[in-house]
Design a binder for this molecule. Structure first.
Ligand code: PEP
Ligand code: CO
Length: 407
């Protein structure tokens, strides 16, 4: 073997390059692909390593302490809602839910928005029916448009730059808001989070911290890997294990104790409290069977994970009459309370909730003032999954808090 030549150019290769990545847009032959990727790599970080370290320090108190974590926001953010008034309204609603949770439980609440980058969606089916034929599914504003025509649904890599610009505006508002709220120590944040799905985008925003040289993901404070992309030998897990941000991992009803234990070793090899947030999203019928052996396994391994319930994604159904995706509040409450019981029965802490929450008075989930399927038509604007409105979110956290109090 030739020794490396002193003049050879140093080429950085990241561990995820060449690894299988599912749910990626088919845009590599697009004429704008190379330029969009190159430009992204030259842009300023959206969040700082200092902010990430602050969040990591806060999250480290969760496994052994009594603070709670609230992560909430749109299923899919919209480019058209990244300006001041929209963001102010989203932050107002997020604050309200976080403050209510604090008041009900007397716990400090660490608040994280699904915002400032939540622009890409994994899909169960690559296409959807349209008229007599099929068109590509909507994959989030970072990839294509929600408008249901063949041309609007083509993946366009230039959208990654638009997603960066929209994220930059949202992150700026969030930073100002954190600054204003810093005298409110009982609710911390709001920090930003999104599913790190599009490898072309996320990998161009991996940067090295000036002080330590360690790689961090500069697109968000708290990236998570979704249930469809969490395979241990895949690019998404490789990317998240490389960066110093705290990371989330969704686990659905197909997960096994072995698989989750392996993910814990990969994503948090140094076993740092607060580094890894496991987010079960099993559905009210599956959680009873699937979650207990997983929690037993992780608990007996001594891995100091944060357990967070996503009571939304396992409870989605298609309404019979209207064909709209919806969720019943009663199913979500049942799953959240079962989650807490299962986690606590294994001497672990149920650290809080991951919710899809809208700023407006939407009618996408059934429960509270949305009494029946027919009511869904009144104000259904989600780009993807059905979100709770404020009243429904308050009902859910009140049920959660009552459970906590009654134990
Ligand atoms: C989501 O959080 O919107 C999502 C797609 O989640 P999951 O990976 O749990 O299906
Ligand atoms: Co969703």
């Amino acid at each position: 073997m030739q020794p490396p030549s002193a003049t050879a150019e140093f080429v950085q290769t990241w561990p995820w390059e060449g690894m299988p990545a599912t749910q990626q847009p088919d845009w590599h032959n697009h004429t704008d692909h190379h330029e969009a990727c190159t430009r992204l790599a030259s842009l300023a970080p959206l969040v700082t390593s200092e902010e990430i370290n602050n969040l990591r320090t806060s999250l480290s108190t969760l496994p052994g302490g009594d603070a709670l974590l609230l992560q909430a926001g749109d299923c899919a953010e919209s480019f058209y809602e990244s300006s001041g008034p929209h963001i102010a309204e989203k932050l107002r609603v997020l604050d309200k839910v976080a403050e209510h949770l604090r008041d009900l439980t007397s716990s400090r609440v660490i608040c994280v928005g699904r915002m400032g980058g939540q622009f890409a969606k994994p899909r169960s089916r690559p296409t959807e029916r349209h008229g007599d034929g099929h068109i590509p599914a909507f994959r989030g504003h970072m990839v294509n448009s929600e408008i249901a025509t063949l041309s609007h649904r083509q993946a366009n890599p230039r959208r990654m730059l638009w997603a960066y610009d929209a994220s930059e505006r949202v992150q700026r508002s969030m930073r100002d808001h954190r600054q204003r709220q810093r005298l409110r120590p009982t609710v911390e944040g709001p920090w930003s989070s999104h599913e790190a799905l599009i490898i072309d985008y996320e990998s161009r925003l991996v940067r090295r911290a000036i002080a330590t040289g360690e790689p961090y993901l500069a697109s968000t404070h708290l990236p998570w890997v979704g249930d469809r992309t969490r395979r241990p030998d895949g690019a998404h897990v490789a990317l998240l294990r490389t960066v110093t941000n705290p990371v989330g991992c969704k686990i659905g009803p197909g997960a096994t104790p072995d698989e989750v234990a392996r993910l814990c070793e990969l994503l948090d090899p140094r076993r740092e409290p607060g580094r890894l947030i496991l987010i079960p999203r099993m559905g009210r019928s599956a959680i009873r069977q699937v979650l207990p052996p997983i929690v037993r396994r992780i608990s007996s391994s001594g891995h100091p994970v944060v357990w967070l319930s996503d009571p939304m994604h396992g409870n989605t159904l298609l309404s019979d009459k209207l064909g709209l995706k919806t969720r019943h509040l009663t199913d979500m409450i049942t799953e959240a309370l079962m989650f807490r019981d299962i986690v606590e029965a294994n001497r672990q802490r149920a650290a809080g909730l991951h919710l899809e929450l809208a700023a407006g008075d939407v009618t996408e989930c059934i429960g509270s003032s949305v009494e029946s399927e027919e009511d869904l038509l009144r104000h259904y604007t989600s780009l993807c999954d059905p979100r709770l409105n404020l009243e429904q979110a308050v009902d859910l956290i009140e049920a959660w808090a009552k459970g906590v109090v009654s134990r």
